[in-house]
Design a protein around this ligand. Structure first.
Ligand code: ATP
Length: 261
């Protein structure tokens, strides 16, 4: 298949928060991501959809710099971050969540958020205990805990949270870092129907000016949350458009109904 994407409407606006130009990731002979180019405008909610193995997670890992980019260019806030170390990209304001929850089970909800956030501030090598007495840090963390609806379990060890609450905590950790771009990797993966609904509401209610890039397997969920959608298949970009355009796109329908190549 070709890497040519079918571009429908394009969002307009000022300098994009994220710009990908011809981005590729090869593992030996396997082209996990092949020639992907798109821009995400400030405040935009962009979903990247596609079936298993489409290259969504690999694309995310290149943006967050957990994986090297084989070819192409990644720009964040106008800076070329293609070869920048991941910690520096995080400091510029890029946060991500993972498909699998990554929290410290023995620490409380609030402690998890404080611990994750202190790493991005000056004096990050201070002792954890000192961080917990840093008023501004704790207040910011409490706000993030509230934002994801966990205020009633602030002091509860993460291990005692339900799976859905752990995903909420992970979102809180990412939000406490006050990201300029938030990458959400299947935030509703493994959740029950009720928990999925709650996660959808949390993501939908994030501040309007927060720029989001969301990977989602579930097309309905993705189309409900996104302003704009990029569909990947076998590593290539096969369609872009607003949710309505994507819903009616024959190529996307073929892929999701298993008729794709
Ligand atoms: P899923 O929805 O199942 O998470 P995905 O769209 O996120 O899928 P990726 O995980 O990015 O897809 O995988 C894209 C392709 O790259 C797959 O064929 C996968 O097997 C392959 N791949 C991913 N990581 C590696 C790796 N470290 N080494 C070799 N191949 C890899």
């Amino acid at each position: 298949m070709t890497s040519m994407d079918e571009t429908l409407s394009e969002p307009s606006g000022a300098r994009p928060v994220l710009r990908l130009t011809g981005v590729c990731r090869h593992y030996g002979g396997l082209r996990a991501v092949s020639d992907v180019s798109f821009e995400v405008a400030s405040g935009e909610r962009r979903a990247v959809i596609g079936p298993n193995g489409a290259g969504k997670t690999t694309l995310f890992k290149m943006i967050s710099r957990e994986e090297p980019t084989t070819k192409g260019r990644v720009e964040f806030l106008g800076r070329d971050i293609t070869r920048m170390p991941a910690y520096r990209v995080a400091k510029l304001g890029l946060s991500r969540t993972y498909q699998i929850t990554r929290v410290f089970p023995a620490l409380s909800v609030l402690e998890n958020v404080v611990l994750a956030t202190q790493g991005l501030r000056p004096g990050r090598y201070q002792m954890f205990k000192a961080a917990m007495s840093n008023k501004a840090l704790v207040e910011d963390s409490e706000r993030a805990v509230e934002q994801v609806g966990l205020q009633r379990v602030t002091k509860t060890p993460a291990a005692e949270l339900g799976h859905g609450e752990q995903r909420q905590l992970e979102l809180g950790i990412a939000l406490a870092q006050k990201p300029r771009l938030l990458l959400l990797d299947e935030p509703a993966a493994g959740l029950s129907a009720v928990e999925r609904g709650m996660m959808r509401d949390l993501v939908r209610d994030l501040p309007d000016d927060m720029t989001l890039l969301l990977i989602e397997h579930d097309m309905e969920l993705a189309l409900g949350l996104a302003d704009y959608v990029t569909c990947l298949h076998n590593g290539s970009q096969v369609a872009q458009g607003n949710p309505e355009e994507i819903k009616n796109n024959e190529r996307v329908q073929d892929i999701y109904l298993g008729r794709g190549d």
